[in-house]
Design a protein around this ligand. Structure first.
Ligand code: BGC
Length: 376
């Protein structure tokens, strides 16, 4: 007996694996599919919850400078909220093609395709009924010596939402054990050439979801250029400098400082694609894309990616809906910082291509790194 106890003690001391994420029911979809919520936790006080509908980030509790944690993303208390009219892509995986496709039309290899127009004259975020945010993905929770994760998989059949090819998709959320760092990693393969552009649509308010505004947050974007767009937010195809415009976030700037000076948009605020500066050092797996800071709480978010663009959306269409714990999500009370290829890339020959071919694997990843200002 003594020997067994000694052995167990040794095993416990050398085992560095985190426990598997906790699982709980998160309600059923309208068509009766049960959806589960997975809780990822680490030693540094960060808790993230993800669910299988839309491979969605539901909660993100982040410590501030006084040690107090707040849930910093918008969302709903159960799956029913995500299916309601008031949901605006909160926290979901967005695709097959996030952002816009002009007039819902594109062609590949001389063949024309039409996808739904659900944003004025344009296609937005993958369609209407079966876009990737609306389907229930297969989920597998796991842990290893580096932390805890959930792997979501979904195969979108040929023709779903008008897109060609059977697209096998995977999204993995992984929370590091000993650092407040979450990676969101995407993979996809296809059996026909097809456009793919995946992102996560989390809405952040570092003061805590439900706080009045994000106009007091300070933003830095590693972007000297942006893609000007028409009044339906379709890029003109040009790439222009941000210098001298309210889009210049190359140095830290308060989001509210120049928002009323925006003249080029019917979007009621920031809703622009920024062209991320490519680094000389290509050996690094990630480039810095954005840093968001809320000075009062000290919470800071750094976003890293190798994607060429980031859509900065200042929550202009939030309309006072009541989300998690009855909190109100007012106009401009959260920001999305969506790492991605540029909008309407499928129709813009001078933008990096989003066409995935059968012999290729789509692979991209975004890191969310949380810290407290003034602390390492
Ligand atoms: C778009 C906004 C849109 C929002 C929908 C963003 O990615 O750029 O125009 O209103 O998603 O929630």
């Amino acid at each position: 007996m003594k020997q067994i106890c000694a052995l167990l003690a040794v095993c416990a001391s050398v085992s560095t694996s985190a426990a598997d994420p906790e699982v709980q029911d998160f309600g059923k979809t309208k068509d009766g599919t049960a959806v589960q919520l997975y809780t990822l936790k680490n030693e540094k006080g960060l808790t993230a919850k993800v669910m299988a509908r839309g491979a969605t980030l539901v909660e993100l509790h982040v410590p501030g400078k006084n040690g107090k944690s707040e849930d910093v993303i918008l969302g709903w208390d159960s799956v029913a909220g995500y299916e309601s009219e008031d949901n605006q892509y909160f926290g979901c995986t967005t695709g097959r093609v996030c952002n816009r496709i002009a007039k819902g039309k594109f062609s590949i290899g001389g063949k024309d395709y039409t996808v739904a127009t659900n944003d004025g004259p344009n296609h937005l975020h993958g369609g209407v009924e079966r876009s990737l945010d609306k389907v229930v993905w297969d989920a597998k929770a796991y842990s290893n010596d580096k932390g805890q994760g959930v792997r979501f998989k979904y195969t979108s059949p040929d023709g779903e939402e008008g897109y060609p090819g059977n697209l096998k998709c995977q999204v993995v959320y992984f929370l590091a054990k000993n650092a407040n760092r979450i990676s969101i990693s995407y993979k996809a393969t296809t059996d026909q050439p097809t456009p793919v552009n995946l992102t996560n649509h989390a809405y952040f308010n570092l003061a805590g979801a439900g706080s009045d505004t994000v106009l007091d947050h300070v933003l830095t974007l590693n972007a000297d250029k942006y893609t000007p767009a028409d009044d339906t937010l379709i890029p003109t195809g040009k790439i222009e400098p941000v210098a001298g415009t309210p889009l210049d976030f190359t140095k830290p700037k308060r989001i509210g400082a120049r928002i009323e000076k925006l003249t080029d948009t019917s979007a009621l605020g920031y809703d622009h694609n920024f062209v991320l500066n490519a680094k000389q050092d290509d050996s690094k797996p990630y480039n810095h894309a954005a840093t968001l800071l809320h000075k009062a709480s000290g919470r800071r978010l750094r976003i890293m990616t190798k994607e060429p663009g980031i859509q900065f959306y200042s929550g202009n269409f939030l309309k006072g809906q009541q989300g998690k714990n009855g909190k109100t999500y007012a106009h401009r009370s959260a920001v999305c910082l969506e790492t991605q290829h540029y909008p309407d890339s499928v129709n813009q020959p001078n933008f990096p291509s989003i066409i995935l071919k059968p012999d290729q694997e789509y692979q991209t990843s975004t890191l969310l790194i949380f810290g407290v200002s003034g602390q390492k």
